[in-house]
Design a protein around this ligand. Sequence first.
Ligand code: SF4
Length: 383
Amino acid sequence: MKYVSEFRDGSLARKLAKAIAQAADPARSYQLMEFCGGHTHAIFRYGVQDLVPENVNYVHGPGCPVCVLPVRRLDDAVELALNHDVILCTYGDMMRVPGTKQKSLIKAKAEGADIRMVYSTQDALRIARDNSHREVVFFAIGFETTTPPTAVAILQAKTEGLKNFTVFCNHVLTPPAIAHIVNAPAEEGEDPVRIDGFLGPSHVSSVIGSAPYEPAARIYRKPVVIAGFEPLDVMQSTLMLIRQINEGRHDVENQYTRVVTRDGNRKAQRLVEQVLELRKAFEWRGLGTVPESALKIRKDYSEFDAEKRFTISSKASREVKSCECPAILRGAKKPTECKLFGNVCTPDNPMGACMVSSEGACAAYWTYGRKREAAAAVKEVAV
Ligand code: SF4
């Protein structure tokens, strides 16, 4: 398949692996954060970590939209569905994420809440049209990639005069998160996370472009390479980052030129700006409260804002005990450092968002990494 198979080519991967090995300085180590869960899954699925020298380490970042949603916002969605007699529309991955006391949307559905899985905002609009006597809330999550469809849905609802459609808006922004990761002090009891450079988001950047990363790269002196999600994309971006680090540069480079431009998709950006605006601050799972890192619905469209239409009585929320998702999302721990990984917590019985989401780091370790690590351990014992 064009634009896929050539980016999984084994002989090209070997050439890139050789170039990376030649470029990597054995006298130092390289700590590279892959921002997106898509990168993490590519690294594990194709064994990229095994193709680079030992002193090149991938640190998994917070770029999984389901994972970074704090428990409090999930609890709010559960409350909306259970106590406000709404039809709550949500993407599939959100259904199984445990909230406080492990209450998930799927458990709320089992208790009688009307929660429907949708594939797009258009599905949610259709449900609203078909159920004009019911309130329909779209539970909007995600980074800049999923924000334009939310803006379009609100505009459509306004044009159609849909009175029973609102959005519970939880869209978050990537560049402030990158700045926060390099700037935030270490959590108590944790070593500071050293990041030498970032594999920057690919899909997100197709919307916002590569320019928004330039201030953080310059201020914090960290190179960013916008990287595609195929294994050769990740490897080529790794080589580009290593070269920048060796040369003491901290530029924003774009490996994913087949999709991303410096300015991004202006039309999509204008639609988002028309309907949504910056929140002063937003809580992220793992990162805490990050200033100007999320979007809310503008006043002109407040009739479509679920937070304005419903009184949501946010109660005290709690992470699942012993789940290390927050530390994993800030790059401070690996999934295998969680004592629940693979025994109590599996994809069939997820205890945290990072095991539920198809972009979560724990899901990647389980799906692609666990067997390989187990095999390596057996080999070590045998030796
Ligand atoms: S393995 Fe499960 S419990 Fe542990 S951090 Fe991952 S999601 Fe949380």
